[in-house]
Design a protein around this ligand. Sequence first.
Ligand code: ADP
Ligand code: MG
Ligand code: MG
Length: 248
Amino acid sequence: MLNVENLKVAVGGKEILKGVNISVGDGEFHVIMGPNGSGKSTLALTIVGHPRYEVRNGRILFNGEDITDLPPDERAKRGIMLAFQHPEEVEGVRIMEFLQQVLAEVKGIDLAEAYDMIVETAKGLWFKEEDLMRYVNVGFSGGERKRFEILQALLLEPKLLILDEPDSGVDVDSLSVISRKIDELHEKGTAILLITHYGRILQHLDPSKFRVHVMKDGRIVLERGGEFVKEIEEKGFQKIFEECGCDE
Ligand code: ADP
Ligand code: MG
Ligand code: MG
């Protein structure tokens, strides 16, 4: 479904991704791990078409179509969604209005029907109806921001959901509900590309369900089965890189 081929990407004139290859098949679950600054967020934002990222080489295919130069909303219409590492505050836009508008645009659902869907789905993520009248992310805690990203995903049911550190800055209770909901989406057929540098969020998942890709300095240097997450946690990236000769 998603094929990233020899992708080189620059930000502010500096090359950050130096030839990334990764494929995600229909309904598959892939994990990207890697030290801070290795280019994980750059890859995620490039796949959804963030204008700051300049593709210098390679291409991104989605269901066989070259989407490398498509605007972000066209990628969203094709079923690609990114849950952001740092979701931004949108002053003046209420959650309910925002989600109703998104559901109307992407899925053609009318406002009244959307309202009920949103309230019902939000309950499962501990948002009360009154919470939905708040402005998007304004004054939200880390856990609330990440749960709101998951709420959008549950409502949209994208074909491919990219999650950029959904586990960073969240309390343990939020972590477990987020983890369960990701699994739920996957079970319903959404392909997952999950970026993390901890294994915690994968604890309840059967390691045979997913594959792990490890990034270093703008490249994916290792691909392994799900059990590899434990090994990374025990050894740390530095040791892993020494052992695979990835430092050369
Ligand atoms: P990760 O998500 O793996 O922590 P990022 O993709 O955020 O890594 O960043 C990769 C590298 O790109 C880092 O060295 C970072 O400093 C650099 N970078 C990211 N965004 C910008 C930017 N807007 N301008 C310049 N450098 C950037
Ligand atoms: Mg980082
Ligand atoms: Mg990042």
